[in-house]
Design a protein around this ligand. Structure first.
Ligand code: NDP
Length: 399
């Protein structure tokens, strides 16, 4: 039914490849392309399906991408390389007539700043070309947007308060490691915090606001307010929202390491001169930190990510909490990767499946909450990320 090209052979790319291969009725022809071809070949070996093709690609290079697209002729590209490559891949999709999906919004290499404006600017060109671009289709962003649109469709006349809560209660038994690309992760966390209230964005110092939140099957964990990219599209698509916040858990040990990394200048993203060679400290740090792909083997515990929503139904106030818990061990057993890569890769595969099945095929550039959530929610239950609902329960984030 569909030809798919996966770009990026990291932790998330590995999960996407496994899940795409498991759904052979939808994904009939598969290629994995990345900067290091041997990593693509290793994934194919692990899956054990020699029919999956591999290629070397520099996704910063539009011409190279167009040549690969014209050669393999995919219907959709799943971009799970880094956010820096979003625009070159979108540009190549337009030139070669290919549909597009990613899991993180564009970020320039030299400024630690992400927002949708760069990608939303492609709206008219994708529309005119009759091509679909699905933005932010991992877990957060991704499933959190689908959870919100599912709540809006079925349970609320008006969503007023949204708190996205993200807990990783896993233990990888390393002193310090990040669960996805360290460079992207550290850039995200060291930025100022931001949340939306009464039509305005309120800025905070990095990790300034925090509180314990009680996560299902895990218990209370200190959670820190961060800016996260789905907040930008959700407050635009649900204008009744009065307040939208994003919370993530961090352990004390992680925060201490992070503080030291910043204080000694290793989180810098500008070039410094080292023995006559230009290096970016954060990129150097990435080279010596554990590779997120290698964390899976001894990872114990689980993640819990969900949306706490308060709003109105038939004139009455109600609350709704929808979440998924994902076991690191189960994710590793199935794909060889830990839970954070798993919770990102599974929704990326489902998004591409939604496109190929015609459920989410609509020319233009869209965030996930703009599509019908029902078939996606149905697939989450079937593809390893079952979700649970709590109606009108205690909502500690209400005040
Ligand atoms: P990794 O660093 O493990 O993998 C990135 C892959 O992209 C690597 O294989 C890398 O190649 C490849 N790559 C990087 N630059 C290029 C390039 N110029 N051309 C071709 N390939 C390139 O990252 P993750 O798998 O952890 O994350 C992948 C994406 O998922 C990121 O964009 C991240 O932000 C996003 N993400 C989204 C989440 C969500 O819930 N929405 C959560 C977690 C991650 P090489 O192997 O040679 O380095």
């Amino acid at each position: 039914m569909g030809r798919v090209l996966i770009i990026g052979a990291g932790g998330v790319g590995t999960v996407v490849a496994h899940k795409v291969a498991q759904n052979a009725d939808v994904f009939t022809d598969i290629m994995i392309a990345s900067r290091t071809k041997s990593k693509c070949d290793d994934i194919v070996k692990a899956i054990g399906n020699p029919k999956i093709k591999t290629a070397k690609i520099d996704a910063d290079n539009v011409e190279e991408l167009v040549a690969l697209f014209n050669d393999f002729k995919p219907e959709i590209v799943i971009n799970v390389a880094l956010p820096y490559q979003d625009l070159t891949i979108m540009e190549a999709c337009l030139q070669a007539g290919v549909n597009y999906l990613d899991t993180a919004n564009y970020e320039p290499k030299d400024v630690a700043h992400f927002e949708y404006s760069w990608q939303w600017a492609y709206q008219e060109r994708f529309k005119e070309a009759g091509l679909t671009a699905i933005l932010g289709c991992g877990f957060d962003p991704g499933v959190t947007g689908v959870f919100t649109s599912y709540a809006a469709k079925h349970y609320f006349d008006e969503i007023q308060y949204l708190d996205i809560i993200d807990c990783n209660a896993g233990d990888h038994h390393k002193a310090f490691a990040t669960n996805f690309n360290p460079e992207i992760n550290i850039r995200e966390i060291t930025q100022k915090g931001r949340y939306y209230e009464n039509g305005k964005w309120v800025e905070t110092e990095p990790l300034e606001i925090h509180r314990p939140i009680d996560y299902p099957n895990i218990g209370p964990k200190e959670s820190y307010l961060l800016f996260h990219e789905e907040l930008e599209s959700l407050v635009k698509n649900y204008p009744t929202i009065k307040r939208a916040r994003f919370w993530m858990t961090f352990g004390q040990e992680y925060l201490t390491h992070l503080r030291v990394i910043q204080n000694i200048g290793m989180a810098r993203i500008d070039e410094v001169d080292y023995n006559g060679q230009k290096i970016v400290p954060l990129q150097f740090l990435k080279a010596v930190l554990p590779n997120p792909q290698d964390l899976g083997e001894n990872y114990t515990g689980e993640t819990s990510i969900g949306c706490c929503i308060r709003g109105l139904k038939d004139g009455k106030e109600r609350t709704y909490y929808v979440y998924n818990n994902c076991s690191h061990e189960a994710a590793y057993k199935e794909t060889g990767m830990q839970g954070v890569s798993y919770t990102t890769g599974v929704p990326a595969m489902i998004g591409a499946m939604m496109f190929l099945k015609g459920e989410w095929a609509r020319p233009g550039v869209y965030n996930v909450e703009e599509f019908n959530p029902d078939p996606f929610m149905d697939q989450l239950n079937k593809q390893g990320l079952p979700w649970h609902e709590v109606f009108d329960g205690k909502n500690e984030l209400s005040e």
